[in-house]
Design a protein around this ligand. Sequence first.
Ligand SMILES: Nc1nc2c(c(=O)[nH]1)N[C@H]1C(S)=C(S)[C@@H](COP(=O)(O)O)O[C@H]1N2
Ligand SMILES: [Mo]
Length: 382
Amino acid sequence: MISPPGRAGIPRPPPTPGGAVEEPPNELDVLTRLPLCAEAALTLLGDPITPTPRFFIRNHFPAPRLELASWRLVIDGEVERPVSLSYEDLVRLPRREGIALLECAGNSRSGVNPPTEGVRWSNGAVGAARWAGVPLASVLERAGVKPGAKEVVFEGADRGREPDVPEELQYAMSISIEKARDGDTLLADRMNGAPLSVNHGFPVRAIVPDWYGMASVKWVTKLTVIDHAFQGYFRTRPYVYIHEGDSVGGTKTPVTVQRVKSLITWPGEGQPIRPGRHTIRGVAWSGGGPISRVELSVGRLDPATEPDQWRPTRLTGDPALHSWTPWEYEIELARPGYYVFRVRATDAHGNTQPVLSPWNFRGVGINSVHQLPVVVEGEPLR
Ligand SMILES: Nc1nc2c(c(=O)[nH]1)N[C@H]1C(S)=C(S)[C@@H](COP(=O)(O)O)O[C@H]1N2
Ligand SMILES: [Mo]
């Protein structure tokens, strides 16, 4: 078995009650088995909707196997009337569906130097699916949110230990009350037209569009409305931006909205291409607004040798609200040789990708320009 992430030498024992290993789909590359972390190769991610077997999995603890009949969702805290809903109660509420992209905050961490703690994701911890369920807002309305509410904490049914904490932890994460009231934030029970699989949160998970994946809590069983900033382990320890020189006791900036980002999905890593005309393809997204521009550079790695020549690519498909936009670029690479492709996206609010994302201690929110070495060799295409 591959050892789970965590500080070297400290084992990370499991035990989600009833926790069971559901085999990951074999289209995914498994990084850790228990808890399961698995991602897709980029060549599998070029489509507007990611088929579920290609959708990454990020579990912090063993996945709980919940029963529909006994599942309940409790809503309490700063509410007028605490509520407890069965699955039947929940799915009878007015429904809503839409496409949303999830990206793990640690995606692309393996490219960070110096290395940080955390799962060493390549670039494939991202996917876009069609989710269906009930707006979180309607559930909150039934409970009646009190004035002064600041955040909603989602609790998952999964539990276990982290190396640096003595007691057992439950997965929990908060979002702002504004985001909770946004009609697009869902309690979802379906993914790509089917009930959620165990690894994606059966029976019900949160879907928080435009935020990094940690907020889309799986196996959700409890919502607590609070009037202060949540201080739980996952909110304050792994999912924060910590920069050099920050004080140890100080308040950390929580990881929330997805930064603008783009990836090249064709050609694949280490896949030589023949001299001739090619269509380079990829995807681009931003939690800060729709993508307005994606540019490709085929040049030298060191901008001092030869400055980047950013050339506009063609956005294909509709501009996606909470998801990615595919792009393509036709290029003539007549001569064999070694090239580096780089891609950079900009959103409607002018947010653009840095060549090198600011380094941080957790290796989160990495949105450096994607750089792909490409070898052109062999018989010319004709
Ligand atoms: N209960 C629970 N919810 C969770 C997690 C978890 O470990 N437990 N992982 C979070 C993280 S960090 C991510 S990136 C997404 C991943 O969702 P997926 O596994 O369906 O791709 O789920 C989030 N929700
Ligand atoms: Mo994540």
